[in-house]
Design a binder for this molecule. Structure first.
Ligand SMILES: *[C@@H]1O[C@H](CO)[C@@H](O)[C@H](O)[C@H]1NC(C)=O
Ligand SMILES: *[C@@H]1O[C@H](CO)[C@@H](O)[C@H](O)[C@H]1NC(C)=O
Ligand SMILES: *[C@@H]1O[C@H](CO)[C@@H](O)[C@H](O)[C@H]1NC(C)=O
Length: 301
């Protein structure tokens, strides 16, 4: 009888499935540091500060410039093998120059990450910021599509991700990757490019929701985690599970952007968890120096 009850409970939990994955802010904070470290010439100082000192980890592969797509654009990534927790973490840094990457989607993105044969029992976490976030998303999906891991072995958590494909790609992503979170900081504008098609039957403060019926335009996969204000410990965030699916109009999609506030949208894009991500990474993730040695650069610096 007891066994029966237990099995029952278990299958109820399983049946809830998929979207029962819960956003874990502590994990996201750690991954943000790893994403920041990808901007550094040497990620080690940042990793030393971030990863638990007891764990047995090492950098498995580290490249600055590798072909990331069919256009010869480049990106960088490194991966960490954690033998204590049987975990591989793959961290991407996006190219600084191209915007083509944003529009080409899955087919063109082929990160040559040869980590797969390290141990099939190792789970894999993908992360990145900005264009690195786009690559993390696409690499996670590709890893499942190519049967290198099943979706339940993969986590995808990224920061300030632009849209990477259309609604079909988004739905495929949702179906195959139950643990997937796109963290969005306040008025960060990058998650809103390329633009989605709009559903003009709704208009609120000069903003309209995305239209999932349009397959030609870009559309996000799930799940947005929106911090409407700042990202200090204890600050409010919203798990955006409302309508339209994955483009919840009660989250960042309701923002309207005006040209004269452009700088502040870029600032929000560069700041996650109250650090200036590229610069914080370059200077080794020292929390006493959250702005690092920041000097103003382009949008995807
Ligand atoms: C990081 O930690 C390792 C092991 O403790 C040490 O060998 C290495 O020098 C450290 N690297 C940096 C850059 O702090
Ligand atoms: C990446 O670039 C840095 C500095 O330019 C260099 O020290 C490091 O060795 C490079 N790493 C690889 C794998 O090429
Ligand atoms: C547009 O928004 C309206 C109101 O929320 C909704 O009923 C309709 O289904 C939406 N259209 C599409 C194509 O999603």
């Amino acid at each position: 009888m007891l066994l029966f009850v237990c099995l029952c409970l278990f299958s109820i939990i399983n049946a809830q499935d998929q979207r029962s994955a819960v956003y874990n802010e502590a994990e996201a904070r750690e991954l943000l540091n790893l994403a920041a470290a990808a901007y550094a010439e040497n990620p080690l100082p940042c990793l030393n500060r971030t990863l638990p000192s007891g764990a047995k980890w090492s950098i498995f592969k580290w490249t600055n410039n590798t072909d990331c797509d069919l256009f010869g654009d480049t990106c960088g990534f490194y991966s960490i093998v954690d033998e204590t927790n049987n975990l591989i973490t793959v961290v991407f840094r996006g190219t600084k120059t191209t915007e083509q990457l944003l529009t080409e989607g899955l087919d063109s993105s082929e990160p040559k990450v040869n980590f797969y044969n390290i141990g099939l029992n190792y789970d894999v976490t993908f992360t990145g910021h900005s264009l690195g976030a786009a690559l993390a998303s696409l690499a996670a999906l590709r890893t499942v599509l190519e049967n290198l891991r099943n979706g339940n072995q993969i986590k995808m958590v990224n920061f300030g991700q632009p849209r990477v494909g259309n609604v079909d790609l988004a739905m495929k992503h949702d179906q195959l990757l139950p643990y997937s979170f796109r963290v969005v900081h306040s008025m960060d504008i990058v998650p809103h490019i390329p633009a989605c098609a709009k559903n003009h039957s709704v208009e609120q403060d000069d903003s309209s929701p995305c239209n999932p019926d349009n397959k030609k335009k870009s559309y996000h996969h799930g799940v947005e985690i929106w911090y409407p204000n700042t990202m200090n410990p204890g600050d409010q965030y919203i798990e955006c599970l409302g309508q339209p699916t994955d483009e919840d109009f009660s989250c960042s999609d309701k923002n309207t952007f005006s040209l004269n506030s452009y700088q502040s949208y870029i600032a929000d894009h560069r700041h996650y968890f109250e650090v200036e991500v590229p610069s914080f990474g370059e200077t080794g993730c020292n929390l006493n120096d959250p702005e690092g040695d920041y000097v103003e650069q382009g949008i995807f610096g």
